[in-house]
Structures are given as C-alpha cells and as structure tokens.
Ligand binder design. Structure first.
Ligand code: FAD
Ligand code: NAD
Length: 468
C-alpha cells in the first residue's frame, strides 16, 4: 500500500488545482479519477467544449450575418460542417486534458485511474474498470467529486433526443427545433450555439426571467438580444411533460394564466441545474455527513465532520463554477499546510458566455434592496463607445452599484462584448474596496470596451459620464 500526505478524489478544476498546490507545498500527493482523462466536467464536458462551440458558431454567424456590413463578400455558399466543428471542439478538449497530464508529471503527483471509494477514514479503494483494485492511504483526503446534470422527475432522459449538456456538445446534426428546458446559463449558451447554426430554439423557463439569479437588468437586456436573434423565450412556464415520439419530442407546459402550451421539436435539452455527485464514494465508511441537498457538509475551513477530510467545488455548497472550485482547491491545500488562506465568496464573478457576454460580481440591485442598503447606480450603454461602433457590438451596458454614503463599489453588472474579461477589473477594484470615484479617476485605454466601466463609475460618482 502506498502512503500519501494527501489523496484527492476527483480531477476537475477543484481536484487538480488542489493537487498542484499540495505538491507545490511539499506534500506527497495522490489524485484519483474514475475517467480516463483528467479535468472533470469543466475540461471534458463543460467550460472548455462549450466555449469551443460558442466560438465556432460565432464565427459562422459573423460570416453569414455580419461580414457583409464590414465589406467582406462571400463568393459562394457558407456551410456548416457540424462533424468537423465537433471534432475541432474535441481536439481542444484533448489538448487541454493532455496539458493536465503534463502538469501532474511536472509536479510529481501520482495519478490513480479508477473509482475512489472510502474503505475507512484514511484508506481509499481505487477500483479500475477491469476489476483490479488498489488501496491508497493518506493523512488527509480532499473530496472533489463534482456534480452531474439535474433532471425533473417526470422527464425520461434518453440521451438521444431528450438530452443534457453532455450530449448537446456532440450532436450529429443541427436540430430543426431545439426545445430548451431552463433559461439558465447552460440553456442560453448551448441554445445560442444551435440557434446560430440554424436551429429554431425555444427556451422554456419556470421563473419570470432568464438568468434569474443575476441582476434583473442583465436578464432584460439579454432577453432583448435573444428575441432579436429569433430565439423564442417563454418565461413563467411550468413544464409538465416531455415525451419522445420517434424523431420528435413533445413538451407540455402551463403558462402564467394556467393555459396549456404544447411545443414540438426534434431535440429537448434539459438544463435545470446540476446536483452534487457522491455516488460510489462510500462516504458512510468514513462517517462523512451530507446536508439536506445531498452536498458534502463542510465548515468555514472546508473540513467535513471528519477533520482531516475536506471537500471542495460543486460537491459542496455555493456557486457551481470552475474558478470557485479552483479557489477552494488552493484554500484547502494551504489550510492543510498550516497557512491561513481566505476566500471572499462575494467576489467570485459569474459569467454567461453568450454574445453579448454577461458578467457580474458582488451584489445585485435585488439583493441590495432586500438587505435595505441605500445605493447609487451608474449605468453606461456600450453603444456610446467608439470601440463598440468600430466592431458593431452595440448591445449592452455596464452598471455599477455603489454605497450611497461611502461610494464603495458593491456590485458591477456588465452585458456586452468581452464582458467576461472586463469583469476582472471590477473584481480587482472590489477586492481593494475601491469607491466608484477611484475607478472613475483611473485612466482606461481608448478606444476599449473597458471605458464603459470608467463611464459607469463617473455616472455613479457624480452623474457625470462624459460621453452620453
Ligand atoms: P468536476 O469538474 O465535476 O470534477 C469532478 C471529477 O470527479 C470528475 O472528473 C469525476 O469523474 C470525478 N469523480 C467523481 N466521483 C469519483 C470517484 N468516486 N472516484 C474518482 N473520481 C470521481 N463553470 C465555469 O466557471 N465557467 C464555465 O464556462 C462553465 N461552463 C460549463 C458548461 C457546461 C456545459 C457545464 C456542464 C458546466 C460548466 N461550468 C462552468 C461548471 C464547471 O464545469 C463546474 O463548476 C466545475 O467543473 C466543478 O469542478 P469540480 O472540480 O468541483 O468538479
Ligand atoms: P442554472 O441554475 O444556471 O439554470 C437552470 C434554470 O432552469 C434556471 O433558470 C431555473 O429557474 C430553470 N428551471 C428549474 N426548474 C425548471 C423547470 N421545472 N422548468 C423550467 N425551468 C426550470 O443551471 P444550468 O444552466 O443547468 O447550469 C448548471 C450549473 O453549471 C450552473 O450552476 C452553472 O453555475 C454551471 N455552469 C456555468 C457556466 C458558466 O459559468 N458560464 C456555464 C454552464 C454551466
């Protein structure tokens, strides 16, 4: 039996980052992964492949819809080769996961391929597909087993026509009509991919707005853009049935007035959230407790009820985001090493990679109102920027919410081109507890999309945006 300082179960962004940081801190580290490739949901069937398809479909859309405006004429037809597009996505995934193999070797991390399951509080049995078993013993264990797609109790996922994001990343044809259950981040990102490629897309959302956990201004603006692109959005609709009939899928829902609505499509993507994954871990053998939502329970140090066993990422409470899992991986490694790390969960940014992109950090207007905080708002439209006109990316705005008394920035909400990258400025500013005036007095390169942040800060400070 091999003995380690730390054994990590699951090699997603939480697990592999924890492994690297543990190794950097001098710990003898084991990483256990049940799949053949490292990287978990994010690298294999999540962040990376979805962004690869968003990028490819964006190129196609620009070619057929926008090149002409730029004086670029296509002499001949422009066709989608979906097989090639999906193959390119896979090669991006393969390069990225191969990069992890390199990082594990470089950091002298021992990788065990097989299902990890607790034998006792210090021993994990690793079972390979061929039945061979190994045991790993460790002084500390980090559970990083991630999450799986959620479903509604009355939907039978056949993974051919009634599918999750995993299948939507490898379809063999462009759907004629893709019905999307859930207007959250997966539904909108993958809905936009197939809409750009020519599918009719209808998003059915239970709440009264899409991306309902983000600031309502962002929901409204994104819905406007989606409607312009002919994606149909049905909010306040309660799905009651999804059935497959040969090559068709029939969805029934009840609208706000109680009327039954029926949709017929050829694919139905179910994207109603994800649930923590602990199957096969045998948590009972180590006496590890879960909460009422099936998540591994942890304290502020991310320790489970067994003090040398930690848990991070999607399998515990909090946002199901790769960068949140990564921060927690580093946090636990440093905690085990005796350091005193810190994570400010309020400053974990949230991004939707549609175009325009949507990105936010800190509090929404809804949250500030609910908490009774008095705040000022500075908003600046992207269309007023020279950079936006040059690239013809006119949709969206930056909204900064600042404390009415102290001017401290409490939330930044961006929808527009490159919002995913722009939000980093807001995170830095808020991490250093900047005021809106601090941001407004910093030079922002011209012409850039980032100027909208400066302008929104000016608007929040003294209602003195310069370019509107
Ligand atoms: P995971 O990445 O889920 O990794 C867990 C790993 O543990 C898996 O490899 C699994 O096989 C392994 N495992 C489980 N049980 C065992 C066991 N018993 N033994 C051994 N191994 C085991 N987040 C973002 O921040 N940005 C994005 O753009 C983004 N896009 C996404 C797009 C899609 C379509 C999806 C589905 C998700 C996306 N996410 C995104 C969410 C992101 O993928 C997750 O938040 C992130 O992967 C969580 O990391 P994790 O390490 O906690 O778990
Ligand atoms: P989500 O929580 O973002 O959205 C689910 C949506 O489904 C919500 O709007 C919810 O109101 C709706 N819904 C729930 N039950 C419904 C019902 N019965 N009928 C109709 N609508 C219903 O979840 P997701 O889009 O499945 O994504 C899962 C997780 O993956 C998210 O937590 C997200 O953090 C992560 N993810 C992140 C990114 C990113 O960071 N860009 C991309 C993809 C996924």
């Amino acid at each position: 039996m091999t003995k380690f300082d730390v054994a990590i179960i699951g090699s997603g962004p939480g697990g592999y980052v924890a492994a690297i940081r543990c190794a950097q801190l001098g710990m003898k580290t084991a990483l256990i992964e049940k799949y053949n490739t490292l990287g978990g949901t994010c690298l294999n069937v999540g962040c990376i492949p979805s962004k690869a398809l968003l990028d490819s479909s964006h190129h196609y859309e620009d070619t057929v819809k926008h090149f002409d405006d730029h004086g670029i004429e296509i002499d001949g037809s422009v066709l989608v080769n979906l097989e090639k597009m999906i193959a390119r996505k896979q090669s991006v995934v393969d390069q990225t996961t191969a990069g992890l193999d390199y990082l594990m070797k470089k950091n002298e991390i021992t990788v065990f391929q097989g299902l990890g399951s607790f034998k006792d509080q210090h021993t994990i049995t690793v079972s390979k597909a061929d039945g061979v078993q190994e045991e790993v013993q460790a002084s500390h264990v980090i559970i990083a087993t991630g999450s799986k797609p959620n479903n509604l109790p009355f939907i039978a996922l056949d993974k051919e026509r009634v599918i999750t994001s995993t299948e939507a990343l490898k379809l063999k044809e462009v759907p004629k009509h893709m019905i999307v259950v859930g207007g959250g981040v997966i539904g909108l990102e993958l809905g936009q991919v197939y809409s750009r490629l020519g599918a009719e897309v209808t998003v059915v959302e239970y709440m009264d707005r899409i991306i309902p956990t983000m600031d309502s201004g962002l929901s409204k603006e994104l819905a406007k853009v989606f409607k312009k692109s002919k994606v149909k959005i049905l909010t306040s609709h309660q799905v009651t049935a999804v059935t497959r009939d040969n090559d068709s899928v029939v969805l029934k829902a009840t609208d706000k007035s109680g009327k039954e609505v029926e949709l017929i499509g050829d694919y139905c993507l179910v994207s109603v959230g994800r649930k923590p994954y602990t199957d096969g871990l045998n948590l009972e053998a180590a006496g590890i407790e879960k909460d009422e939502r099936g998540r591994v329970s942890v304290n502020a140090h991310l320790q489970t009820n067994i003090s040398h066993i930690y848990a991070i990422g999607d399998v515990i409470q909090g946002a199901m985001l790769a960068h949140k899992a990564e921060e927690e991986g580093t946090f636990v490694a440093e905690t085990i090493a005796g350091q005193q790390p810190h994570i400010d969960y309020n400053l974990i940014p949230n991004v939707v990679y549609t175009w325009p992109e949507v990105a936010a950090v800190g509090k929404t207007e809804e949250q500030l109102k609910a908490a009774g905080v008095t705040y000022k708002t500075g908003q600046f439209p992207m269309r007023a920027l020279g950079r936006s006109r040059a690239s013809m990316d006119l949709d969206g705005f930056v909204k900064i919410l600042a404390d009415a008394t102290t001017d401290e920035v409490l939330g930044v909400h961006i929808i527009g081109a490159r919002a995913a990258d722009l939000i980093a400025e807001a995170v830095v500013a808020m991490e250093y507890r900047a005021s809106a005036e601090d941001i407004s007095r910093m030079s922002h390169a011209h012409p850039t999309f980032a100027e909208a942040i400066k302008e929104a800060a000016l608007a929040a400070t003294e209602d003195r945006a310069l370019h509107i």
